[in-house]
Design a protein around this ligand. Structure first.
Ligand code: PEP
Length: 260
């Protein structure tokens, strides 16, 4: 019997310097401990900016907090003359477990193509990191294609052509719901997650059953439960609300056993 352990991941984006990051991690961890959070049942991951990863690692290690660490991006290159880039090897040395790949803000503001996203997924696999592959449709695409065509296509593109697939997570994040206060209906989110899972099953077989699929887009403590009820949603990727320790701890408290 296998389980998909729910994952609650907080993407801090370009917020908080390393001192503020330490303070937030400390507050979050203690809030979760006070609320008797079952870290085995629900994995909680913080995704600070690159500049705070070393401090996050030191603190989490010293205090033995059961929090996972994620990075917001990765270079497709292994090493070399790529000014400003951060390699998978550098991240794995900092105890980073997850890497956000293909976030809509990177696709939109940095022109990241499906091909580059695929290369970044490969870079994660090569360094033992788990990519959180972000997929989702814009408002215009929703109107012209419906909700699932773009997420399915982006997922399959990111998974194409790898020698072998290692562990990965998919985050369905409708672009129109990110940071807007608008949310997809829980039924729509679950339906898209189901279609993404079935597309992975069609192309890559049974590993699809192990893949965690998250919902992201204006998730808060008050609406997380409705998303987690869907049989295909295995957690959430949270932006704005992850900067508030009480709110994020409230989101993380939602328990769910997904037994396959
Ligand atoms: C995100 O950026 O991945 C996100 C989901 O943001 P927010 O929760 O603020 O909508």
């Amino acid at each position: 019997m296998t389980e998909r352990t729910p994952l609650i991941a907080g993407n801090w984006k370009m917020n908080l310097d390393h001192l503020q990051s330490i303070a937030l991690i400390q507050k979050l961890a203690w809030t979760l401990i006070e609320k008797s959070h079952d870290f085995k049942d629900v994995e909680v991951c913080v995704i600070p900016p690159f500049t705070a990863l070393r401090s996050a690692q030191t603190l989490i290690d010293a205090e033995k907090f059961e929090l996972s660490i994620g990075a917001q991006d990765i270079s497709k290159h292994k090493a070399g003359a790529y000014t400003g880039e951060i390699s998978g090897q550098m991240l794995s040395k900092l105890a980073v477990k997850y890497v956000v790949v293909g976030h809509s803000e990177r696709r939109q503001y940095h022109g990241e193509s499906d091909e580059l996203v695929r290369d970044k997924v490969a870079a994660c696999f090569a360094s033992g990191l788990i990519p959180i592959i972000c997929v989702g449709e814009t408002q215009e695409q929703l109107e012209s294609h419906g909700p699932s065509a773009i997420p399915v296509r982006q997922t399959l593109e990111a998974l194409k052509g790898h020698e072998s697939l290692k562990e990965f997570v998919v985050a369905y994040e409708p672009v129109w719901a990110i940071g807007t206060g608008q949310i997809a209906s829980p039924e729509q989110a679950d339906q898209v997650a189901a279609e993404v899972r079935s597309a992975i099953l069609g192309e890559h077989g049974e590993l699809a059953e192990q893949v965690r699929i998250l919902y992201g887009g204006s998730v808060k403590a008050g609406n997380v439960a409705s998303f987690m009820q869907g049989p295909n949603i295995d957690g959430v990727l949270v932006g704005g609300a992850s900067l508030d320790s009480d709110e994020f701890a409230g989101i993380s408290r939602y328990k769910k056993h997904i037994v396959l």
